[in-house]
Design a protein around this ligand. Structure first.
Ligand SMILES: [Zn+2]
Length: 591
């Protein structure tokens, strides 16, 4: 007994010494590794258990910045539980690792940039503890700069691909905005301001919103958009900007968008009555030539010109009623551009913004139900499309906030204006003038909310969960719709990837096909209930010898993985019972 005890003690002492030696060696190793890589040090307090389920990203093209809209402890717990970021930076400048940076974290939700959607698959996400309308602390800026420097270097990401969540998030059509739109989130909006970016070591940023420019999205919050794309007042000592200093008063080219600007808002409906004998031919709308056939994804671009038989002209961005385009309308892709302004090449994201049809386009194009005409509308700026200075944009944003009152619904402020995509969340509380309270989840009739209703939005940067699966009906597709309506829906839901192999269309009966398999017959068979999986692959079927793990690895258990059962039912990976997967089940997954 005693001998055994002694031996144990000796062994323990020995082990302790070995551990000390080992620890010293490890410390030396870590120190030298640090010296070599100058890696930022991270804390594991909020390291997420979701790590083991998450697939490794195949490419990393962006860094996306967020604000948690809450305090350290609450935000950290939520991010950890759901695996909703790669890093979190607290107000003291401490950096926490949440998800390994090579794996997918769910931080963007419904997102798009330059036609690429589901950006979780292509980005590293950093949550900054704080609020969208407050600048990060000095300590946060220092920490963020170090972290960004490391990530930019590791993934070869230029400064103008470091974006804010508010830049890339977009909303599906809803009660207030009939088209897919920017403005779903205000997350991290101040990190788009030149003065803040400078503190983060970011020398450049995108000059325009490429998806608005291409007509894939409309702008639902003009002041927010002006803030995101605001410029420095003067060509300040903003050193390595490889572009002509973008002073707001001196745009490189004279406003090219003048073709459409004088368009009075009153003539919006594209419905010239004279639907008479059509001139036919390529570029002319006819029974067999829809705008889509002619212009493809540029059908609703601000650069595509429609000349109606009665002589009126509109750009694609100005047209809302696509069913009313009369036969004989002439379509010229690129026709709305001034000849002198060359079509901005891919560099458009960074170019000094030929102040194009970005922000102004949606004003007429948006059939908003009387709730959100915005304050900025009455400013008769010389060129409404010109980039606004940071000071000016900040002031306009603040003025709108002040004018509309922050949290009370009124004639100019809808539930969406206040709560954005949390408008129907169970954590958003509506207190009616009568004193009755309801959560967003309990409200069904959004038109019946009386003015004076007070809205309280729950904390936390929500809406980051895996990009929700949408149906074509969500984007306005209805049975018997014209082809271009269907195609507009496809483009709105899957961006430029609507016809790629990574977009999967699942019919209500469970049949499915890839975007690159779309042909006329398949298009014709689409229904409003068709689900669209953007950025996915299909594998399977799952069998006893080919379990889901073999198909997509540990992410088979993930909430972002979908099991397509033979009858058409879809069950997510976190809900599937592995012992009861029926034969012929397929797996939709990200990799
Ligand atoms: Zn966010």
């Amino acid at each position: 007994m005693t001998a055994a005890g002694t031996r144990t003690l000796a062994a323990r002492a020995c082990g302790a010494m070995a551990r000390r030696v080992l620890r010293a060696a490890v410390l030396v190793l870590i120190a030298s590794a640090c010296a070599l890589q100058a890696a930022v040090s991270v804390l594991d307090t909020y390291y997420s258990p979701k790590n083991k389920e998450r697939p490794v990203r195949s490419s990393t093209r962006f860094i996306i910045l967020h604000t948690t809209e809450g305090t350290l402890r609450g935000s950290g717990a939520k991010l950890q539980k759901n695996g909703e970021a790669h890093y979190m930076v607290d107000t003291a400048g401490r950096i926490y690792r949440i998800i390994d940076r090579k794996r997918v974290a769910y931080h963007c939700g419904r997102s798009m940039w330059n036609g690429l959607s589901s950006l979780d698959n292509y980005s590293v996400g950093i949550e900054v503890v704080g609020f969208h309308d407050k600048d990060p602390t000095a300590a946060q800026c220092t920490a963020l700069k170090n972290l960004l420097d490391e990530l930019k270097k590791a993934y070869k990401i230029p400064d103008n691909k470091v974006l804010t969540h508010s830049m890339v998030a977009y909303g599906a059509p809803n009660q207030w905005h009939k088209r897919s739109h920017r403005g779903r989130k205000r997350c991290a909006m101040r990190m788009a301001l030149p003065s803040v970016r400078r503190k983060l070591g970011l020398a450049s940023k995108p000059a325009i919103d490429p998806d608005v420019k291409a007509g894939r999205l409309v702008v639902a919050d003009k002041e927010l958009q002006q803030l995101l794309y605001s410029v420095e007042k003067k060509a300040a000592p903003k050193t390595p900007a490889p572009k002509p200093a973008s002073g707001k008063k001196t745009p490189a080219a004279p406003p090219p968008s003048s073709t459409k600007k004088p368009q009075p808002a009153t003539t919006t409906p594209a419905k010239p009555p004279s639907a008479k004998p059509p001139a036919t031919g390529p570029g002319v709308v006819g029974p067999k030539h829809s705008p889509w056939d002619i212009a493809k994804t540029a059908y609703n671009a601000s650069t595509t010109l429609y000349e109606f038989p009665d002589g009126t002209k509109k750009t694609g961005a100005e047209i809302t009623n696509w069913k009313a385009i009369p036969a004989g309308t002439k379509v010229t892709v690129g026709g709305a551009e001034t000849p002198s302004a060359p079509p901005a090449p891919p560099a458009a994201e960074t170019a000094p913004a030929a102040p194009s049809a970005t922000a102004a386009a949606p004003a007429p194009a948006q059939p908003v139900p009387a709730v959100s005409p915005v304050a900025g509308e009455r400013e008769p700026a010389s060129d409404p499309d010109a980039p606004v200075s940071e000071e000016e944009a900040t002031a306009r944003y603040a003025a709108k906030e002040a004018e509309l009152g922050s949290l009370v619904i009124g004639p100019k402020r809808s539930a969406w204006d206040i709560a954005r995509d949390a408008y129907n969340a169970p954590t958003t509380i509506y207190e009616f003038p009568s004193g009755i309270k309801k959560t967003g989840a309990e409200i069904t009739n959004w038109r019946a909310i009386p003015a004076g209703t007070r809205v309280t939005v729950g904390e936390a940067d929500d809406g980051n969960e895996p990009e929700p699966v949408s149906t074509l009906g969500d984007a306005g597709f209805s049975k018997g719709a014209f082809g271009e309506v269907a195609n507009a829906a496809l483009a709105a839901l899957a961006g430029a990837e609507w016809n790629s192999a990574r977009t999967i269309y699942v019919q209500p009966d469970g049949t499915y096909f890839r975007g690159d398999e779309l042909d006329a017959a398949k298009l014709g068979a689409l229904s409003p209930e068709t689900k669209v999986f953007s950025g996915y692959k299909v594998g399977g079927p799952v069998t006893a010898t080919n379990p889901a793990f073999n198909i997509c690895g540990p992410s088979w258990r993930d909430e972002g993985t979908h099991f397509l059962l033979p009858g058409g039912e879809i069950v997510t990976g976190d809900k599937i019972d592995a012992t009861k997967i029926p034969p012929r089940t397929m797996v939709l997954y990200k990799d």
